[in-house]
Design a binder for this molecule. Structure first.
Ligand SMILES: CC(C)[C@H](C(=O)O)[C@@H](O)C(=O)O
Ligand code: SF4
Length: 467
């Protein structure tokens, strides 16, 4: 029978069907971070249960740690150090490999895992973090779970899950020059809404998806959780194989050749059936910017703020978003003055993101009064950027150059932008107070963030580049 890539991975990992109608799924990789992973490890320890396969679990410090230069275990969040110490101790006791603060391979969990070949095509991977869906970009079945489920998986290397329905989003056509995977992700949210994925495993397919490099695919899959999907997945191709070859935890020798052949066979069969099919044309996408407090509230960069009832979300929700964001219907996004610019997060902090932002910043300076911060997604990205001199470009342009971590993507780390400050951000969530109490976040690509920082207002990167 014809199967989708999801069916093939699911069937290969299904141990049994449980009496409640859930499937018991074998879990190949468990990732943990200090915000939620330490809690899971502690829970297990308190119940006296050992970790079933410590060599298949990996822990990293990313969420709460300080990203300012010269960081230590001290954090800006009052109880942050407790999370760090607890995770370090629990990972040590459980015999789990930990990428600690000062490890050269430390990074945001969804950035360092592909970088090290921890995630592999055809594997099942879980992490108590909603953006685990990013890693489906490599052809793995990777999804976010809660701490209790993480405990179950750590103790048994399995998880009980209801088989999710399948959706394919076929995206054909070429993205216009200057339009990126982030713009595509935002445009999809604008078109189909934050409920668009509705608990499905979303397979992204089509010529526009195949044309993306692996980093672009990671960006696209990253926002599947904003889309309410169970997760996202893209069939692995030669680009994925090239990307993974030689990575620290990737197979080697004869195993590598066998694995690569197997990975290419995972693609959905030509006549495989999906529960839902959606079509999207990549040619229609422009650089996108969010105007509201939900990632579906987006317009093209030359667009205007919609009136309540004309944008995405309920009329009441839109009115509230306008109020929170300090905007009125009809205002042009590309004229709004900004207070800050943030490049970072598991959505857009890889080397390609930093290169493209630096290309705009080279020889230019951020506008007076704009606070600009760049946080590389991993220590490896940071070092690679420094080896190319990108840090010098960011610094000379007036950006702060940070240590890797989640940083101000999420106020949970304790650092924030100010109340009512308008921030253009390469992150994935623009909820109220996401980047600080009262902070107004506009989601965009790293190029748009860099262009806006230079202009001092939200700006089209294509126009800034042409100046
Ligand atoms: C802290 C963590 C559980 C959370 C998530 O699950 O996504 C965070 O990473 C986020 O982006 O909001
Ligand atoms: S970078 Fe932001 S979105 Fe990604 S895992 Fe960290 S807090 Fe979550």
């Amino acid at each position: 029978m014809s199967r989708t890539i999801f069916d093939k991975i699911w069937d290969a990992h299904r141990v049994t069907r449980t009496p409640g109608g859930l499937d018991l799924i074998l879990i190949d990789r468990i990732l943990l971070h200090e915000r939620t992973g330490g809690v899971a490890l502690r829970g297990l320890e308190e119940r006296g249960l050992p970790v079933a396969a410590p060599d298949q679990a990996f822990a990293v410090m990313d969420h709460i740690i300080d990203t300012r230069p010269g960081r230590t275990d001290r954090t800006l969040m009052p109880t942050g150090t407790d999370f760090i110490l607890a995770t370090r101790e629990a990972a040590g006791k459980a015999g789990i490999r930990l990428f600690d603060l000062d490890d050269p391979q430390q990074g945001i969990v969804h950035v360092m895992s592909p970088e090290l070949g921890i995630v592999l095509p055809g594997a099942t991977l879980i992490c108590p973090d909603s953006h685990t869906c990013s890693q489906g970009a490599l052809g793995a079945l990777a999804w976010g779970i809660g701490s209790t489920e993480a405990e179950h998986a750590l103790a048994t290397s399995t998880l009980r899950v209801r088989r999710p329905p399948r959706m394919r989003i076929r995206i054909d056509g070429e993205l216009a020059p200057g339009v990126t995977a982030k713009d595509l992700a935002l445009a999809l949210l604008g078109r189909f809404g934050v409920g668009g994925g509705a608990g499905h495993v979303v397979e992204y397919a089509g010529s526009a998806v195949r044309a993306l490099d692996v980093e672009g695919r990671l960006t696209l899959c990253n926002m599947a959780t904003e889309f309410a999907a169970f997760t996202a997945i893209i069939a692995p191709d030669e680009k994925v194989i090239d990307f993974l070859e030689g990575r620290r935890f990737a197979p080697t020798g004869a195993d590598w050749a066998a694995a690569a052949g197997h990975w290419l066979s995972l693609a959905s069969d030509d006549d495989a059936r999906f529960d839902v099919e959606r079509i999207f044309d990549a040619r229609d996408v422009a650089p996108m910017i969010s105007w509201g407090t939900s990632p579906q509230q987006v317009v093209a960069i030359d667009g205007a703020v919609p009136a309540p009832g004309e944008g995405q979300g309920t009329t009441e929700g839109q009115a509230r978003a306008l109020d929170y964001m300090g905007l009125a219907p009809g205002m042009r996004l590309a004229e709004l003055p900004i207070d800050a610019a943030f490049i970072g997060s598991c959505t857009n902090s890889r080397i390609g993101d930093l290169r493209r932002a630096a290309a705009l910043l080279r020889g230019r300076h951020v506008a007076p009064g704009v606070k600009a911060i760049c946080v590389p997604g991993s220590t490896q990205v940071k070092r690679a950027a420094e080896a190319e001199g990108l840090d010098e470009i960011f610094r000379a342009a007036g950006f702060e150059w940070r240590e890797s971590g989640c940083s101000i993507c999420f106020f949970a780390g304790g650092e924030s932008f100010g109340p009512q400050e308008r921030v253009v951000s390469s992150t994935n969530r623009n909820f109220e107070s996401r980047q600080g109490p009262g902070t107004r976040t506009h989601l965009a690509s790293p190029e748009t963030v860099a262009a806006s920082a230079i202009a001092g207002h939200i700006a089209d990167p294509r126009q800034v580049a042409a100046r």
